[in-house]
Design a protein around this ligand. Structure first.
Ligand SMILES: NC(=O)c1ccc[n+]([C@@H]2O[C@H](COP(=O)([O-])OP(=O)(O)OC[C@H]3O[C@@H](n4cnc5c(N)ncnc54)[C@H](OP(=O)(O)O)[C@@H]3O)[C@@H](O)[C@H]2O)c1
Length: 341
């Protein structure tokens, strides 16, 4: 049996004491935590950067009670220690390579993760690619594909087509037989959406409602994955087909929908829903992980879909990674690379 990895007592982690711009982020030396029941300790090799991290840094998205208050919602690395298993659960093997949805604290050399939130690295993946998976795959799968898969040929509109979430959603909907429309804010970003198999709409030069009506011969789309919220609410409702579903996962365009046309929900039998991944409990996240491993990991393993990495930064340059995501020129994901302690 291979010897258990030696775990040092301290690690480097990105911290901030006051909310603010990217420059509030700095490295600190911290004690490495020990895994509790049902938890594993991961030696982090790469950590994904997500827009919710920017909001947390700005003080706009406080971690839920009990979660690690530090940044970092997804990691890839090696399991170096395990707590006792929860009843009926199995733990990943020491030494195995996992990617994991964390409960915070991923911007660090070591991170504690509930075992049920770990998934294996897909075949041939680098640490950076594996770290780019959990946050967007858990979010897109739980919102678009649970509790049931969209029917074959379903028409799906994805706002923010070149975001981490958008690039994942386009690929997954295509892989499961859907027809995708996606909004993006420049010709280059629209070209990337088209490369991924979506019909792109440049939301800065075209009205997405008009385009959806034209392209669907006034039928509308069956599902919308929306990250804009208030500013798009009415046009989203008008873009939906009979029995359509609007899924709101972010509110970049405001949390209030002025003059919302509620009659349209009634007369078109629409469903308006939404969710936030982070406050879900570990059992709920483990259920999503289980479905992902079953339905999506085979596609990643055979290279049918893969995450798009825009740029990588070393852990110490988390501030630069945040500034790059904030600048909004990225296509796909930004990832931190983490060297051993
Ligand atoms: N609910 C959840 O559980 C959950 C989980 C993870 C993320 N999220 C949310 O999902 C969103 C994407 O996250 P991410 O990490 O992938 O962020 P990201 O890569 O920074 O993406 C932000 C996207 O928003 C798009 N956008 C901004 N204004 C737009 C508009 N008026 N119309 C269409 N698109 C617009 C941008 O498109 P252009 O660059 O083309 O302008 C960009 O693609 C964020 O709002 C995040 O908070 C929610």
């Amino acid at each position: 049996m291979p010897a258990a990895p030696v775990v040092p007592s301290s690690m480097q982690a990105i911290c901030f004491t006051e909310p603010g711009g990217p420059d509030v982020l700095h490295l600190e030396t911290l004690q490495i935590p020990k895994p509790g029941r049902g938890e594993v300790l991961v030696r982090v090799m790469a950590a994904g950067v997500n827009r919710p991290d920017l909001m947390q840094r700005q003080g706009l998205y406080p971690p839920p009670p009990g979660a690690c208050p530090r940044l970092g919602l997804e990691v890839a690395g090696e399991v170096v220690a395990c707590g006792l298993p929860l009843e009926g659960a199995t733990m990943p093997a020491i030494g195995s390579h996992v990617c994991a949805l964390t409960n915070g604290g991923g911007y660090a050399q070591y991170c504690l993760v509930p075992a049920g939130q770990c998934l294996p690295w897909p075949k041939g993946f680098t640490a950076e690619q594996a770290a780019a998976l959990p946050e967007t795959y858990f979010t897109v799968w739980s919102n678009l594909f649970m509790p049931s898969l969209p029917p074959q040929g379903a028409r799906v509109l994805i706002h923010g087509g070149t975001s981490g979430i958008g690039t994942t959603a386009i690929q997954l909907v295509k892989a499961f037989g859907g027809q995708v429309f996606a909004t993006a804010g420049s010709p280059e970003k629209c070209a990337l959406c088209e490369e991924l198999g979506a019909t792109a709409i440049n939301y800065r030069t075209e009205d997405f409602l008009t385009r959806i009506r034209e392209m669907t011969h006034d039928k509308g789309v069956d599902i919308i994955l929306d990250m804009i919220g208030g500013a798009y609410f009415n046009r989203n409702l008008k873009s939906l087909a009979m029995d359509g579903r609007l899924i709101i996962i972010a509110l970049q365009g405001g949390a209030k929908a002025e003059q919302a046309d509620l009659a349209r929900i009634m007369t078109r039998r629409l469903t308006v829903t939404g969710s936030s991944l982070r406050p879900r409990d570990s059992r709920n996240k483990a259920r999503i992980a289980y479905e992902l491993q079953d339905h999506v990991w085979p596609l990643l393993n055979k290279g049918a879909i893969c995450p798009l990495i825009h740029a990588t930064f070393p852990l110490a340059q988390a501030d630069k990674a945040h500034a790059a995501l904030e600048a909004g020129n990225h296509i796909g994901k930004i990832v931190l690379t983490v060297s051993p302690a």
